[in-house]
Design a protein around this ligand. Sequence first.
Ligand SMILES: O=C[C@H](O)COP(=O)(O)O
Length: 478
Amino acid sequence: MSEINTYKYYVGGKFAESNSGNLIDIECPYEKTVIGRVQAISKEEADVAIAATKSAQKEWAELDLFKRADLLNKWADQLEIDAHDIAEIIMKEVGKTWNDAVKEVTRTAEFIRYTVQEYIHTNDSAMSGENYPGGSKNKIAIIKRIPLGTVLAISPFNYPVNLSVAKLAPALISGNAVVFKPATQGAISAVKIIESFDKVGFPANVLQLITGKGSDIGDYVSEHEGIDMISFTGGATTGRHLSSFSTMKPMVLELGGKDPAIVCEDADIDQAVTEIMSGAYSYSGQRCTAIKRVLVNEAVADELAAKLKVEVEALSVGMPIDNPVIVPLINKGSADYVDGLITDTIKDGATLLVGNKREDNLIYPTLFDHVTTDMRLAWEEPFGPVLPIIRVKSDEEAIKIANQSEYGLQASVFSRNFSRAVAIAGKIEAGSVQINGRTERGPDHFPFLGVKNSGMGVHGISKTIDAMTREKLLIINL
Ligand SMILES: O=C[C@H](O)COP(=O)(O)O
């Protein structure tokens, strides 16, 4: 039997073992074997890590911007060099397909480079007093963006590299220090990206990686007085909990969704089918932006349902190394939840078109027709490969049901009539509405936000930089 790796946390520019002596086993979601152990650090060790960022952050912010930029660009290069090593861990730790795992690392390197350029080109601006009525050209404001201090970055399991670096890179280029707390399932991937980070030669203590159960140290660090800003991506319940007690700290929350695909009777049905399939089922639906319900006009519902059924039946199912669309879910609890939703939807009388098969954490792709608004599946977020079709009589009814959700991340509208699609989009309560396309976060420089229980504040490269900095004016009176 091969030995199980123990991964260290990262503090003071070094990898370290926790004095707590507590380790957390990380199990592969599909092989069900322990692939490694991460440190469960103590509150005292979290205190030390946070305290050490304070003077490091000041020196880091003082460093010439081009030196910070150079280090970040080198990190991007190093991630590409280490891509296969990191991708292998992503695959084994969160069950992402090999191709998607490699793509995630490449996407992340590109993210860092764009972030550096974005900051270099936009961090300073100026205003003249004469532009305001009665103002004077002798008053000139130079407006700089100042780092907030120590950012707490809490990332989720489903994009353990991309969604982590989407917080770390904007924080670092703008002169913040970071305390990085990854999801426990995702923590080895986090260690791997910090191994790449460590090779580049960043100053000690500008980034600390702390690992441990959210229930043990999550709340503790979130309300810690040494944390100046929180950037969180994860479930809505945890997000709401964080916002309830981390008072007076700026916070950006990227949470869940129940993104609807609204299909009008004049839609290009084949196009809608292609977009819905990839929107709903890729990575087994474990994306906050997955399409999680279809609201279709009854005039084309039979055609759409029949075509979706054919496609769902043809979906590849299997293990991540073989690059199928459908892979096992992240853990047993998640698979049990999705299974329960499927059972209830059958009991409630919806028409099961495909699916309702399970092997351990692997839930086969499932499609329901005739789902109604009194069923759980119409409202709950499965984070799994199950899609309800809800038939509607009009655009108004589709909009009403879309907006009755507690979530408002994204939505898709399919219609050949652009004016009609834009009119529907205008009435949808969501951060973004895609016309004739699937719901998705990228490209990564677009602002990304949710309303209602889908989040607070805005992500996306320039918006994340804004959220992690504040303006400071130097006003010159000539
Ligand atoms: O799970 C939430 C992610 O932000 C979704 O990102 P994606 O649309 O690129 O898959």
